[in-house]
Design a protein around this ligand. Sequence first.
Ligand SMILES: *Cc1c(COP(=O)(O)O)cnc(C)c1O
Length: 389
Amino acid sequence: MGRFNLSRRIRALPPYLFAELDRKKQEVRARGVDIIDLGVGDPDRPTPRFIVERLKREAAVSANHQYPSYEGLPQFRTAAAAWYKERFGVSLDPGNEVVALIGSKEGIAHFPLAFVNPGDVVLVPDPGYPVYHISTMFAGGKSHFLPLERENGFLPELAKIPAKALAKAKILFINYPNNPTSAIADRKFYRKVLAFAEEHDLIVAHDVAYTEIYFDGVKPMSILELPGAKKRCIEFHSLSKTYNMTGWRIGFAVGNPELVGGLGKIKTNVDSGVFQAVQGAAIAALTSGQDAADAIRRTYQERRDVLIPGLRALGLDPVMPRATFYVWIPVPKGYTSASFCEHLLTRAGIVTTPGNGFGKSGEGYVRIALTKEKGRIREALDRMKRVGL
Ligand SMILES: *Cc1c(COP(=O)(O)O)cnc(C)c1O
């Protein structure tokens, strides 16, 4: 038995907070209830046709059947750099400032292994995408959590980080547009982050999975747009959300060549790159012009514009999303994150995600994903009205 005891790093994983909710979901489903699942952050619509067609052609090319290059095809890295130039006005050298990822999650999960030593501190947003904290732990580092509060626009208060944590801090993770709060950051915030990182010699790791899911025509920016940002920043980008490609597993990291190179060193030792046919399809997506991405963001904006007024009519006070496909909602009086999710699930057959699953500061919120058609969102609102909140 002892020999098969899980490692300390696995045993130190935070408890899985959704187990009870998963069990209840199965119970409700077994009762024959038509469940509306607004829990998962996974696009419901298929990948645009032209991308699928390109994969089919690439899959038939035998040169693509062999091991890919570790860092990504030169054509893929060039397409990613050209896309960054076009979208953000940021120049990148495809030779050493771009690396292909098996989805941005893979890059985020491996990044701390390249730069964190046991005892180092990593600054991690709370609530946040769980991978920042877990990859820090796996590297032997310690997370110091940065609360994201509504009154601060869900931006971390850098001045409040204790000097003791800061002295050992190596990486600052940020994520805008933000999952789960839907907040966006402006140039002023990024300037502050960069000055702070300079002052305390931090690496800035920016998760930009949602820069293309924006609303009302307001385009989120890249921190690399700031002069000097390339000295200490890396950004993790993804095709998953932009082109409904979550299942394909392709993303890329860009920025400082030493940071990109360090991540590449880990990757050469644990994986062998992205299937070249998938890289070919990703090139098609990145070089296609942005009609497909436009159509996708329009879809989410329409859904948002159904959900938000409906929630307000029910007396809720959701955060108005300017980007991402999430709606972050304070729970009504008398509920916790978990008890409100349970209420919606057992009484109305609606799955939402409890905010505390994203960290302590997420308590008191639930997250709804706009990943179902408008008709289903209306149905969910009707049910909420019927059962009461
Ligand atoms: C979806 C998501 C990712 C990861 O996406 P990949 O499919 O791995 O590219 C990264 N960060 C956040 C915040 C996400 O929500």
